[in-house]
Design a protein around this ligand. Structure first.
Ligand code: FES
Ligand SMILES: [Fe+2]
Length: 468
């Protein structure tokens, strides 16, 4: 898809090797989709700070953005049986995602057609949807089932009492909804994603754990901190010897307004370190962070740190999952390959990062957002049932490291991000009116996000992608 006429070096002066040069040396080669690179063609724009902090801009997003985009509402395995419901509170509208038939999923507005009560306060499993206030009841197909004291509603017609619903479409076990009848189909909206995940299915995985934390930062501030590696030196300096920040490849595609990607190599030193490290030094630093206290082995001649680390990841995850990953490429096993789907979803395509992130604004407060950190596991081949998703709520002072569900060094990384985000948003909020600026290459995904956002919040609704 798309021609690739310009290569990343056109945009960068860094002496660090490019991702494509790094993976060209790998003993187990990366698949074709990881050997592609895109043409970077997004204007370097400035963005007013008010887009990150003003209630007026948040209201504009609630009016023009959220009602018109495909939003990942839940996973299919969260509602395996007919009648299973997940409540999805999206910006400006709450939905009940219900399995209404064995292969039918609906998204009803979570509001009674009598006096507006929320029909479901939380995830549940029901035979019919019954309002807790006065008992109006609907069948799972949205038709009216029962009105208590029906005699008291003389003019009421069943055909006018269908539960209103949003569009629902699915991809790879993810259930998406869209409130806009004019939006393009999900398959178009997903752009490069289905082809790039053809050999990395999330349909074979299940959502095992969700960690939820409210972050003191705008939802865009949050997502933007996770789509660039440029902040490695400032926020995660412990990873500089092996984090590959300057070798990260960034992709945006001209014909794809909703998708971007980065590929951050592991076992490659940063160009921000004062001197070159040997492969052994890289490995020693990496192991001291990843497995504190581990005695690093001596690398055999010609063995690179990244190849040793990829082999370690294949073995460790293979044991944890009971799956043979021995043929998996070094890039897929060890690197951080990650796609974003506009506006608020990040999906990894990496063995060591079986993660999906969703960010949602906190209603009425542009300076806060909810971060849902989802951890996936492979579905056992013969699974009759899957465990219910484990939900971990982190309070204001709770940390990712303390939650105990992530590898400890990942926990520390996310805690560093959360602290950095709080400080970033505080400065953004209280630091005057200078526009926000972004770099040409390493922050291209952020510029891409703002380019697409501008099309949605435009005064002309036809500017939104896929509209005529
Ligand atoms: S508000 Fe739902 S039955 Fe009255
Ligand atoms: Fe980070």
């Amino acid at each position: 898809m798309g021609s690739q006429t310009k290569f990343a070096p056109d945009y960068r002066e860094s002496p660090a090797p490019l991702f494509q040069q790094v993976i060209a040396d790998d003993p187990i080669p990366a698949p074709a989709v990881l050997r592609e690179y895109s043409e970077i063609d997004v204007p370097v724009a400035r963005v007013p700070r008010d887009q990150y902090r003003s209630p007026a801009f948040a209201a504009l997003e609630e009016e023009r953005l959220w009602p018109r985009v495909w939003q990942m509402a839940c996973r299919e395995e969260q509602i395996p049986e007919v009648g299973d419901c997940v409540v999805y509170d999206s910006p400006g509208a709450s939905f009940i995602i219900v399995r209404s038939g064995p292969d039918d999923i609906r998204a009803y507005y979570n509001s009674c057609l009598h006096r507006g009560m929320k029909l479901c306060a939380q995830d549940t499993s029901v035979a019919k949807l019954s309002c807790p206030f006065h008992g109006f009841t609907w069948n799972l197909d949205g038709t009216l089932a029962h009105v208590p004291s029906r005699w008291d509603f003389p003019g009421l017609k069943d055909e006018n009492m269908h539960l209103p619903q949003a569009r629902v479409e699915r991809w790879d076990g993810f259930v998406f909804l869209n409130r806009d009848a004019d939006a393009p189909p999900l398959a178009d909206y997903l752009g490069h994603i289905p082809a790039h995940f053809a050999d990395w299915s999330y349909g074979d995985k299940y959502l095992a754990t969700v960690i939820r934390k409210t972050i003191d930062a705008n939802w865009k501030t949050c997502i933007e901190a996770f789509v660039e590696s440029y902040h490695l030196a400032g926020i995660h300096a412990q990873a500089l010897p092996f984090g590959g920040d300057a070798s990260t490849q960034y992709d945006v595609w001209a014909d794809d307004p909703h998708v971007s990607r980065f590929m951050e190599p592991t076992g490659i030193m940063s160009d921000q370190l004062p001197r070159a490290l040997s492969e052994q030094e890289i490995l020693n630093s990496a192991l001291s962070v990843v497995f504190a206290g581990a005695v690093p082995p001596t690398l055999e001649d010609g063995m690179k740190a990244r190849h040793f680390m990829a082999a370690g990841m294949r073995a460790a995850m293979g044991e944890a999952h009971g799956v043979d990953y021995s043929a998996m490429s070094d890039a897929e096993a060890g690197d951080a390959v990650q796609y974003s789907l506009f506006p608020n979803l990040i999906i990894f395509r990496s063995l060591g990062y079986p993660y999906v992130y969703r960010f949602l604004p906190v209603r009425g407060d542009p300076n806060r957002a909810t971060f849902e950190f989802m951890i996936f596991k492979p579905k056992p081949a013969d699974a009759q049932w899957l465990p219910e998703v484990e939900k971990v709520e982190l309070g204001e002072t709770d940390t990712f490291a303390g939650a105990g569900v992530l590898p400890p060094w990942h926990g520390e990384i996310y805690d560093q991000d959360v602290n950095g985000l709080r400080q970033c948003q505080a400065g953004m909020r209280d630091g005057g009116d200078a526009d926000i600026i972004y770099s040409a290459y390493q922050e291209v995904r952020i510029r891409h996000l703002h380019q697409t956002l501008a099309r949605y919040v435009s005064d002309d609704p036809r500017d939104a992608p896929g509209r005529r």
